[in-house]
Design a protein around this ligand. Structure first.
Ligand code: FAD
Length: 475
């Protein structure tokens, strides 16, 4: 053990007795992958990474940590974008990786439920549901590496929220280890249960500050029989709002995807995503990826979509468009959209904002936001994209190709201030789906309703009186 602090050394020795010394990682090269995230925006230090295999092992570790006052930072797939899963630089916070709790405990196709452990990769959950002819709809660009425990703890959103809701809406029950090591078995499969406060909602979106989620009962859905995806070019965000309103009216809950992107965002995707091709002949200022899924394949949905889009084209709401002619083409359209974060990273990075405003105000938000940012930093490239149908935009800003990137990134705080001020001005949220973590903790403290903030602090105090669970995050 390499901790200079004897209390940490003895904690690690006892933890090793519980989980096996081989799962207490103390070598720097073994720890490195857990101590920073993809963009290296958050880098931490830690005496060890612990890799328990079961709920009982997590419980024993927390009991030891609570008794010794040692801070624990839970980590899932390490794809979080606000630094919640990364320890601070003190070298005193232990990382608790949930990756080895990766068993799918049960699938019930009649009750449409699935019991999964926290470390199951989201994509694996999709595959398991698919094998039973069911759908687990939560879909994120990071689904090949993020874990359900992380999704639950951040209340992740993604591209299927429009039809199925956030992660919070996809859960029936939870198993949680509390700060003092007690295990709460709330793995209920009930669709109706009004027996007092619904405690699972404290831990969903709790970012590991209130308890460690070890397992969950997820809701499954019938797989849609048909899926139609169109890639559409538009003149403006106002047209996108009109299109959204019409599509919702025409297809109701069958409208399962409505994603927007600006041309500048598309340019980056086309440049950096391997094999990406522009689905349209002409370049347009804005694009919408529209998905419509049908429960039953009656054969006429395709015709309805074609008629609908032809009308939108005639009215000038849509300027150009392509309907995917095969599953592969539909996947290619989605691949463009899902690859956007990664493409921006490869393009040299961006100052990102995960914001939401009431849907009706999105056009005004996008147009005003772009104008204000271009005015603040002439030559920069605002590259917004995201979940228009949820009112959630990733308002990312990249440096100009000709400018000095360092000078641009040095202005991060100013750019953040402009975007967040506009968001709040429009009655929006400065964290729509990624959470608070370290990144937005001070902003939360500065802007949240004081009564709400006081309630949050008293919940934290009740559930984690010694402050060992992910300190320095959220509050
Ligand atoms: P981590 O990053 O490891 O942890 C996230 C937070 O949860 C931390 O605070 C951590 O302490 C806590 N935590 C993790 N596991 C547990 C547990 N078992 N118990 C208690 N606390 C825990 N997010 C979206 O919402 N929508 C998107 O569309 C989206 N797209 C993305 C695309 C890309 C390319 C990338 C890199 C990220 C994207 N994200 C998106 C962000 C990220 O993938 C999500 O926040 C995801 O839910 C994090 O899961 P994770 O397993 O990686 O968690």
């Amino acid at each position: 053990m390499d901790g200079a602090d004897p209390s940490i050394d003895s904690f690690l020795a006892e933890a090793g007795n519980v989980i096996g010394a081989g799962h207490v990682l103390t070598e720097q090269s073994d720890k490195d992958g857990y101590l920073s995230e993809l963009r290296k925006l958050f880098v931490g230090d830690s005496p060890a990474v612990l890799r328990p295999r079961s709920t009982n092992e997590v419980s024993a570790i927390l009991r030891l940590a609570n008794d010794s006052g040692i801070a624990v930072v839970p980590q899932g797939g390490n794809t979080g974008l606000v630094g919640g899963q990364i320890p601070d630089m003190s070298g005193r916070q232990i990382v608790l990786s949930l990756s080895r709790l990766n068993t799918i405990r049960d699938i019930d196709p009649i009750g449409n439920t699935m019991v999964v452990e926290a470390g199951c990769i989201l994509e694996t959950i999709h595959q398991a549901a698919d094998e039973h002819d069911r759908l687990f709809p939560l879909t994120l660009g990071s689904m090949g590496s993020c874990q359900i425990g992380g999704n639950l703890s951040t209340n992740a959103g993604g591209t299927a929220v429009l039809a199925y809701g956030n992660t919070r809406d996809l859960v029936l029950g939870l198993e949680v280890v509390l700060a003092d090591g007690r295990i709460w078995n709330g793995l209920r499969r009930l669709r109706k249960d009004n027996t007092g406060y619904d405690l699972k909602h404290l831990f969903i979106g709790g970012e590991g500050t209130l308890g460690i989620i070890t397992a969950a009962v997820l809701k499954l859905f019938p797989k849609p029989a048909t899926r139609h995806v169109a890639f559409l070019g538009l003149a403006s965000p106002v047209d996108a709002a009109t299109l959204f309103n019409r599509a919702k009216g025409a297809f109701s809950n069958d409208l399962t995807g409505f994603e927007i992107m600006r041309r500048t965002t598309m340019d980056i995707a086309l440049r950096h995503i391997e094999g990406a091709r522009d689905p349209l002949q002409s370049a347009l200022p804005w694009y919408v990826l529209l998905e419509i899924s049908g429960g039953r394949d009656t054969g006429d949905l395709q015709l309805q979509i074609e008629t609908f889009l032809a009308e939108c084209f005639e009215d000038g709401v849509v300027a150009d468009g392509a309907i995917a002619q095969s599953d592969q083409q539909a996947a290619d359209f989605w691949h463009l959209r899902h690859g956007m974060s990664d493409a921006q990273r490869r393009d040299g990075g961006a100052i990102s904002h995960d914001v939401s405003v009431p849907i009706a105000r999105l056009p005004e938000f996008l147009e005003t936001g772009i104008a204000r940012i271009e005015n603040l930093v002439p030559g920069c490239r605002p590259n917004p994209f995201g979940h228009f149908g949820d009112g959630n935009i990733h308002f990312n800003v990249s440096p100009g190709y000709d400018g000095d990137p360092k000078a641009f990134f040095d202005r991060r705080a100013e750019i953040n201030d402009v975007v967040h001020a506009l968001t709040i001005e429009m009655g929006g949220s400065f964290s729509a789906e990624h959470g608070i973590g370290q990144l937005k903790r001070d902003l939360l403290a500065a802007t949240k309703d004081p009564v709400e903030l006081a309630l949050m602090r008293s919940i934290k105090q009740t559930l984690d009186p010694n402050g060992i669970l992910n300190p320095g995050k959220v509050l």
